[in-house]
Design a protein around this ligand. Sequence first.
Ligand SMILES: [Zn+2]
Ligand SMILES: [Zn+2]
Length: 179
Amino acid sequence: MSLVINFDDIPDDEEYVFDLQEKPDYFKVDPEEGVLRKDVHVQGSLSKVGREVLLKGSVSTEMEMICSRCLEPLKYQIRSRVSSRYVPGQEAGSQDTDIELHTSDIEVEYYSDGRIDLTQAVYDQMMLSLPLARLCREDCLGICSQCGVNRNKKNCQCSDKDSIDPRLAVLKTLKDKLK
Ligand SMILES: [Zn+2]
Ligand SMILES: [Zn+2]
């Protein structure tokens, strides 16, 4: 299996609808980003515009990553739209200016040998859709800086002064600095 569709399979005058699934290990995800835990489901349509092909679709899967506050694993549902424009690679040089003119926010990829490979567009979109703040829950209490317990699971006996919300702690530090 692969996320490749042949140009010749796409009809000239209508959309080619697809529904594909890939195993998590098909994608090389940096373990620091996380680990894919479910098949990557890609569905959508391809349509021809001359020698170009437009992709409109969606990608969904599940990624496991580490909460940046308490370091426990968390599951993140990836559900994202993916769109891209495929232009023939061998004509790329001569079409350069043309491409610049009508490219705005849509990704342009090159294809060769009549093979429309969705892998890169799908991968890029999965990575883009990851949250900046990786929290197991919005009010994750994190790890106690004094005794190291996961404060979501256990209350510790460290003094109130030392166990204030880490976000407040940042503010407090700032205040102290400004004194
Ligand atoms: Zn957490
Ligand atoms: Zn503690």
